[in-house]
Design a protein around this ligand. Sequence first.
Ligand code: HIF
Length: 290
Amino acid sequence: YYLTQGAEAKDFKPEFKDFQAVYNEIAKALQENDDYDDGSYGPVLVRLAWHASGTYDKVTGTGGSNGATMRFDPESSHGANAGLINARNFLEPIKAKFPWISYSDLWILGGVTAIQEMQGPKIPYRPGRLDRDFTSCTPDGRLPDAAQGADHVRNIFYRMGFNDQEIVALAGAHALGRCHTSNSGFDGPWTFSPTVMTNDYFKLLINSKWQWRKWDGPKQYEDKETKSLMMLPADIAFIQDKTFKQTVEKYAADNDVFFKDFSAVIVKLFELGVPFTEANPTYVFKTLEQ
Ligand code: HIF
């Protein structure tokens, strides 16, 4: 299938070492470009990989990371995708250096690299995604609305095929990054270390007191003690809902359990709707440090 990725790809069959080389190049670019946001493009790369994948609809089999259709209008200008141009542009020089990799595989590899380099768990990776054109863009409204609660969050993630435990495990990714008024209207980070993968999101949900922030922006929560952290209404749903909350408590108590479940569920997210064949190998990449 690599033959469809352009003339450069002809007869080139990438192996583990080739994908590790792309990983290393992304990891180096993350280190070099440390003037972005909280000091890393890592969080916005994770958000790109998730928004590429999270359009999946299990009933119609449409959407998902196989296609990288967010390169095109109308998907690129969907409100939920505001700001992801930064992540897409960050990966362009990598694509230029390794023209044989599809954008779809590259965006997911970006997410995998970011998580591992931000001290997260190993995220097994399978290549094999094919780029598609604008006719495969998904309709607006498939990604979650941060202003809503548990029912909405369930509807969105059940559509992708996740259960309650998996939804909460995924949610731990909000340990990373922040909200930007210029993108979503919301403002602030969820944790004190937004460029390091931890179970702090769950600990803070449980242990901090959350109150409505008094400001002109959209309704969001702030922590009572420092007023420097934030939660979206959709985040607070994870402690308002009894079933969700039990899993939040489990992950707040044990980072190892969280990392194990998070790795499994993010692989599932990243592979939604991707037609792998038996010939597709699974790769586990070394971090730059290793
Ligand atoms: Fe996010 N998310 N997400 N998210 N998200 C934002 C930012 C990030 C939701 C809303 C938002 C997941 C689920 C949900 C990341 C990763 C994941 C922002 C802020 C909003 C509003 C965007 C901006 O202003 O720049 C909602 C409602 C979700 C359902 C509960 C996933 C589980 C947590 C699936 C997930 O992996 C990351 C990383 C960011 C930070 C991006 C950045 O630029 O720092």
